[in-house]
Design a protein around this ligand. Structure first.
Ligand code: GAL
Length: 670
């Protein structure tokens, strides 16, 4: 973001919620904490355009000028995620409709249908007014379009747009009928007008329709983003443009496909776990963001589509409490800094927060803030100030994250595994991705997230975690990798269906039977608290299979039950490579040991071989320097063999880094 390499630090700033008398104090406190970037105006539409076409920019002029005078740059948002009440009143047909046909009302945020022409027109009008006024404001560093594209609608506007999209994708109705297998249950369509969005229906819905609707909706939201982006770009091509990704398995957006449309991938991350799971999720999300960013963001100075380096930013995170399991959980001292630096270690261009100052009212009145209700004389603000100082010490850090393991993710596979009518309701591509990533994370191996079809040079191991939808092209991509000497680990349900979610015939795992050297005859989905025992001493959950070997050898077998003695984990040497198959979800320990063994046999070494358990190590490598980030996630002091200069304390490290409980070190290595 900053041409001098400074990392971004700040967050959502909502001056419209405060009297002008507070703004000067805000800027003074921001300076004290070394905040250098704030997102302004995300939900300020009704304040900016109190009536259709009537703008009140005076307050925003003053705020931007104050920020500029304070040396603070601005990510100026278009406020289109929250249309004002006048808009909903004037255009009730642009309010969103649920799958049950219920039209939602105004009263929260995101009360619009992204396919409704009236909404799109109003959104472009306010974005255009902002562009006209601020595109050359000296404080402007970044355009932040909308907020977290992700809401769905089933209204008639959507249905019409869906039909147009389907006609584009399938060409004719015969192809659509074939892709959706409409011969089943008499669903053959003889006219485009018969097709609707997958609204609530009597019994199980058509999987092809469900899948195409997700793809269509991701493209529709992307089109809404693009319209605004193009308008902002035309106003001043020098200003980069992004939108913040919301994460979660409910999100109908294929973020990887969006990456080529933003100048900087921006993600919001709120871990759902409060234990070590929060650190595991942080690592995964940061690796995901970096993976998406490699998909060709337009940001100047980055490597582009296939090179490894890429630009991304943690756009939102929580300074303190996170809301999970029905309550707010207070972050332990030091954890905000650790999480922030863990994102930076994995390539984030800084750490941004939701939000700057805690509001007195509104739905998120108790959401944490850098300036909490208690005010600046508070632990959170002191920690924020420490973080601001720490980020300043890390300006020199650059280069790419060291990783020779790749995990393939695929949003449509995730969507398809949530469809009704699958052999188990506990199948989850995201959870399988997280399980594999967690196992590698605990074993100390650096991972990249890749998409099917990505270049795999330099990766020694490729993991396919329940990669359910595998097209012929994807199967060929995997085959060539393994035959060329790569190591592969595929888990159950990979390659079972094609890109339209049609099951491949001839035995599972469909398109990859030859590569894996196994032939799966039957599934044995497990009940929620069931497990299967493995000969090696571990257990498997969620799923089991009866499989036959067609070239692979047994590495571990089921122990007891109907599958007693049948292969559970196999290895197949094929071409110049090796392909492992895992037919159940091993418990975490077993999975960690297995992935560690597979990685090591593929020639992968841990990032910091001497790091004790509970210490995370991430290495960044630039052209002529490398930096080692060390995070102590334990409650006790830890020692790590390493040499270099700790940038956070500016002290040389000769042999061993001493990490305090919960502490972080960032070494420029010799
Ligand atoms: C984000 C959103 C913010 C705020 C935050 C609370 O998803 O973009 O506006 O709602 O969640 O955690």
């Amino acid at each position: 973001m900053f041409s001098d390499g400074r990392l971004c630090f700040g967050g959502d700033y909502n001056p419209e919620q405060w009297p002008a008398s507070v703004w000067a104090e805000d800027v003074a406190l921001m300076r004290q904490a070394r905040v250098n970037l704030v997102t302004v105006g995300v939900f300020a539409w009704s304040r900016l355009e109190p009536a259709p076409g009537r703008y009140t920019f005076d307050w925003l002029d003053e705020v931007l000028d104050l920020l500029h005078a304070g040396g603070i740059r601005v990510a100026l948002a278009t406020p289109t995620a929250s249309p004002p009440p006048w808009f909903s009143a004037a255009h009730p047909g642009a309010l969103p409709v649920t799958a049950d046909g219920v039209r939602l009302h105004h009263g929260s945020r995101d009360t619009y249908c992204a396919a409704a022409p009236a909404y799109r027109t109003a959104a472009l009008r306010i974005a255009g007014a902002l562009a006209d006024r601020y595109a050359h404001h000296p404080a402007l560093a970044l355009w932040h379009v909308h907020n977290e594209y992700g809401t769905i609608c089933h209204c008639e506007h959507t249905a019409r747009a869906f039909r147009r999209w389907l006609a584009d994708r399938h060409g004719d109705l015969a192809a659509l009928n074939d892709a959706w297998v409409t011969s089943f249950w008499s669903q053959h369509y003889s006219d485009w007008a018969q097709i609707s969005t997958p609204r609530a229906t009597q019994y199980l819905a058509n999987p092809g329709q469900l899948l195409d609707f997700r793809r269509f909706w991701s493209d529709t939201l992307l089109a809404a983003y693009r319209e605004q982006r193009d308008l902002l770009h035309a106003a001043n091509p020098a200003i980069p443009i992004t939108t913040n990704y919301v994460l979660g398995d409910w999100v109908p957006v294929d973020h990887a496909r969006w990456a080529a449309e933003v100048d900087l991938v921006a993600v919001d991350h709120y871990p759902s776990a409060v234990d070590i799971g929060a650190e595991e999720q942080t690592a995964l999300v940061a690796d995901l963001a970096r993976g998406w960013a490699r998909h060709g963001n337009r940001h100047r100075g980055t490597t582009g589509p296939t090179g490894r380096a890429s630009a991304w930013l943690l756009m939102e995170s929580a300074p303190n409490q996170i809301h999970t399991a029905g309550r707010m959980h207070t972050k332990e001292p030091g954890r905000m800094i650790r999480h922030s630096l863990a994102h930076v270690a994995r390539g984030s261009h800084g750490a941004m927060f939701f939000q700057w100052r805690a509001p007195t009212g509104g739905a998120e009145r108790f959401h944490s803030a850098l300036v909490p209700h208690a005010g600046p004389d508070s632990r959170v603000f002191r920690e924020a100030t420490e973080l601001g100082a720490a980020l300043q010490q890390l300006t020199e850090v650059g280069g790419d994250v060291e990783a020779t393991v790749a995990i393939a993710v695929h949003a449509p596979s995730g969507w398809a595994l949530r469809h009704p009518g699958l052999p188990s309701q506990r199948l989850d591509h995201q959870q399988e991705t997280a399980a594999a990533h967690r196992a590698l994370w605990h074993a100390g191996h650096g991972c990249d997230i890749v998409l099917p079809g990505d270049p795999l040079d330099g990766y020694r191991l490729l993991v396919l975690p329940a990669l359910y939808l595998v097209s012929d092209a994807t199967a060929q991509w995997v085959r060539e990798y393994v035959e060329g000497g790569g190591h592969l680990l595929a888990t159950y349900l990979s390659a079972v269906a094609d890109e339209h979610a049609r099951v491949r015939l001839g035995g599972y795992p469909g398109a990859l039977r030859d590569v894996l050297g196994v032939w799966v005859e039957e599934f044995h989905p497990l009940a929620e608290h069931d497990h299967v025992r493995l000969h090696g001493g571990g257990t498997g959950r969620i799923w089991a299979e009866s499989l036959r070997l067609t070239g692979a050898q047994v590495i571990d077998a089921y122990d007891g039950g109907v599958l007693d003695g049948r292969p559970a984990i196999t290895r197949h040497r094929t071409g110049a490579g090796t392909a492992w198959y895992v037919s159940t979800r091993p418990d975490d320990d077993t999975y960690r040991r297995l992935l560690d063994e597979v990685a090591r046999s593929a020639g992968v070494t841990p990032v910091c071989p001497g790091a004790p358990a509970g210490v995370e190590a991430v290495r960044r490598r630039g052209d002529d320097a490398s930096w080692l980030f060390l995070f102590n996630h334990t409650d006790s002091p830890q020692q790590v063999p390493a040499r270099g200069t700790d940038l956070l304390t500016a002290t040389p490290v000769d042999q061993v880094v001493q990490l305090t409980p919960g502490g972080v070190a960032v070494l420029r290595e010799h």
